[in-house]
Design a protein around this ligand. Structure first.
Ligand code: FAD
Length: 303
């Protein structure tokens, strides 16, 4: 254990923040890939989340905040720093047409709560396996909906000034899978408030059920993955391009281009980050040669 790591663990323990050392990231990501993080902290209050970040700053240890790990690829070499999980920050409250959620609340769960309260706008979130913080960070979206359409405001902790800030929708600078948080990864999203429309519960349910059926029919949900690996390309369906290049089923080690949806890379068992990265390179090269397009990764590689 390094001196800094020892200092960090001492600080976390002092704040009564649960943590483990050398925690395999394959256990905390939907890809089921990734080496060990030096420290894995699981604060159970917003205040402890802030204190965990402060502890990393004091111990000069790099950190990353992790939601459900459904849009990340941790490297086989692991992460030499602290991974701070939001999995215990799951509070959700409904007030009129607003739903306010802790950053670790399940994005699918808030769609269900919205439906049960006859609130429309979050139907698209049903089936996205992330947490609210990750969804706000990524501007997650599906079936024509995205976070930017329903987010009223989010609250974050800014370690640079040690303050808690609330920013409105416009201040998120949202674009396709882009947000202000992507430009400021040091900021820690604490919570988010969504403003929804009153609507008929059955209509909301029908929409959600339809989206879920479509996911089950089109996506390889039976295998570990991180969803669509690449961003959409203007005027092209990325999955279709990859399929047309004959890459469905193409395999490197344990990683495979899904036979069901060519935009997904799946872990067929024992895949390493090196397998996935090699497969990504091959796909990119073929798409460049075949279509003259440069694919951009949506999945975030963490090392
Ligand atoms: C089967 C499957 C289907 C999917 N379908 C969709 C889809 O339809 N649409 C879509 O947009 N995505 C989809 N995804 C991708 C993913 O679920 C979303 O991007 C989701 O919003 C990521 O949330 P997360 O909590 O898992 O984030 P993580 O993967 O844990 O983190 C993603 C990024 O957000 C940052 N982050 C997370 N929480 C915080 C926080 N509190 N403060 C600051 N930064 C934070 C992390 O540091 C990281 O950089 C799918 C994934 C899978 C596996």
């Amino acid at each position: 254990m390094t001196i800094r790591q020892k200092q960090l663990c001492g600080l976390l323990g002092g704040h009564k923040i649960e943590y483990t050392e050398n925690e395999p990231m394959s256990s905390h990501t939907t890809f089921r890939i990734g080496g060990a993080a030096s420290v894995f902290a699981v604060p159970d209050t917003e205040d402890k989340l802030r204190l965990a970040v402060e502890a990393c700053r004091i111990a000069e240890t790099p950190y990353i905040v992790l939601g459900r790990g459904s849009n990340v690829l941790f490297d086989d070499s692991g992460y030499k720093g602290a991974v701070i999980s939001t999995e215990k920050l799951t509070e959700i409250t409904v007030s009129g047409n607003d739903i306010t959620c802790g950053c670790g609340a399940s994005f699918t769960q808030i769609a269900v709560i919205a439906r049960d309260n006859s609130l429309s706008g979050l139907e698209f979130a049903y089936g996205i396996p992330g947490a609210v913080g990750g969804a706000v960070f990524m501007n997650a979206g599906a079936y024509g909906g995205e976070v930017s359409q329903v987010l009223l405001e989010s609250t974050y902790y800014g370690p640079n000034d040690g303050k808690i800030h609330t920013i409105n929708n416009a201040e998120h600078n949202y674009g396709y899978r882009e947000s202000i948080y992507r430009d400021h990864p040091e900021r820690v999203i604490l919570s988010a408030r969504f403003r929804l429309e009153s609507a008929d519960k059955n209509e909301i349910k029908q929409k959600m059920d339809g989206y879920m059926e479509s996911r089950k029919a089109k996506q390889p949900l039976e295998y570990p993955s991180a969803g669509s690996v690449f961003k959409r390309c203007q005027g092209h369906f990325t999955g279709q391009m990859i399929e047309e290049l004959g890459l469905k089923g193409f395999t490197v080690g344990g990683a495979q281009v899904s036979e069901k949806h060519a935009g997904f890379i799946i872990n067929r068992g024992g895949a390493t980050s090196a397998d996935v990265l090699k497969l990504i390179d091959i796909i990119k090269e073929k798409v460049r040669d075949g279509y003259g397009l440069d694919l951009q990764c949506e999945v975030i590689h963490i090392k």
